[in-house]
Design a protein around this ligand. Structure first.
Ligand SMILES: *Cc1c(COP(=O)(O)O)cnc(C)c1O
Length: 361
């Protein structure tokens, strides 16, 4: 008989998610009614844990992208508005109605199908109307808005919870598109029956009072991504990602490390190998770029990130040994790691892998 290993030693990696910090971040950006965007599994952090915590803190409006994401949390946030950003595709009307999902209607066809469903069933159904003001992805375009404005009876049978639009460049306050979208949105709202408006995402909340609305829709800021790039991050960090050092070895000068020999030791070096790789969302584009931390001491990643492993030059950290933990996300938070990977904090978070031991604080 073999003894079973201690549960903790099964896990060479650990992702700590500070649910209380998510709630604190939500409270800190609140100015009036504020939704929580929990699409993509709450930006990779686990919607079934995050959404109930926000609900308990008083959040009553939630947004997912897909209906399946909404179904996964519907019962966990009783009574809350649960809206599906990517719309109402044909055939799902009954499911949306049965589960009290609020579709974000982005075409006249969606408006008509949802209103018809409401009238057929003799019950008012909740809806959000999406107006495109510059993104050119989803939302009524100018000609569809024209048609609806001329015939608002098409909304008959619907309870219009909000009319919304989505900002293209809100994290760039100097971009003139912000003001253009604000003006276009105001003009669109003026042509439609009166209903509450929903405008700002995380960064939009930092654009000033002109961008306030009856419901803001922050996502990233709840999860610690800096909504004000280039300025200090006003949000609390939410994730801690640690990986145990599997092995430390001496690499002689002139030897290379990792696939394709992309890094060569220019001096006798000590290389620590940890079991985090691109299969964990530790992106391959971090090769040669990322920094991990041993306590507060930075250690540079060397060579290519592999699927399950990455390697760090710890020559300057003589005390470091197998079994020690490295912090894979440093004091700069997900934004700093994102910069090293050439992406944004959103992609770092939503890429976080499934095989970390996840601990919710
Ligand atoms: C993702 C999304 C948000 C949240 O954006 P953040 O930048 O993460 O705050 C808000 N509204 C819409 C329509 C979205 O798609």
């Amino acid at each position: 008989m073999t003894a079973s290993p201690a549960a903790d030693s099964l896990w060479p990696t650990c992702l700590e998610i500070d649910t209380a910090a998510v709630v604190a971040n939500w409270q800190s950006v609140r100015r009036g009614p504020t939704a929580s965007v929990v699409k993509a599994d709450a930006y990779g952090l686990g919607a079934t844990k995050i959404a109930p915590a926000l609900h308990a803190a008083g959040c009553r409006h939630f947004f997912t992208a897909h209906p399946s994401e909404a179904m996964a949390i519907r019962d966990l946030i009783p009574g809350a508005m649960l809206a599906v950003l990517n719309g109402l595709w044909p055939g799902l009307e009954t499911d949306f109605a049965a589960n009290d999902l609020t579709p974000v209607l982005g075409t006249l066809d969606e408006v008509d199908r949802w209103a018809a469903h409401a009238r057929q069933n003799g019950r008012a159904l909740p809806a959000i109307l999406h107006i495109d003001t510059g993104m050119n992805r989803l939302g009524l375009d100018a000609s569809e808005l024209e048609v609806l404005a001329a015939d608002p009876a098409r909304l008959g049978g619907l309870t219009m919870r909000y009319v919304m639009t989505h900002l293209v460049s809100s994290e760039c306050p100097a971009d003139a598109i912000n003001e253009t979208q604000r003006i276009r949105f105001a003009a669109a709202c003026a042509r439609l029956p009166a209903m509450p408006r929903s405008l700002a995402n995380s960064s939009g909340l930092f654009l000033g009072a002109d961008f306030d609305s009856e419901l803001s829709r922050p996502g990233a800021a709840l999860y610690g991504v800096n909504p004000t790039p280039g300025q200090p991050n006003p949000q609390r960090s939410v994730v801690r990602l640690r990986a145990r050092v599997l092995h430390v070895r001496d690499v002689p000068q002139g030897e290379s490390v990792g696939y394709n020999g992309q890094w060569t030791a220019v001096r006798p070096s000590r290389i620590a190998t940890v079991s985090v790789g691109y299969a964990d969302g530790y992106l391959r584009s971090l090769s040669h770029r990322a920094t991990a931390y041993f306590d507060d001491q930075p250690v540079p990643l060397v060579g290519r990130v592999s699927m399950d492993l990455s390697t760090f030059d710890v020559t300057e950290v003589p005390g470091l040994a197998a079994g020690h933990w490295l912090d894979m996300i440093g004091p700069g938070g997900v934004d700093a790691l994102a910069a090293e990977a050439g992406t944004n904090g959103y992609e770092i978070l939503t890429s976080l892998g499934r095989r970390y031991k996840r601990v919710y604080l």
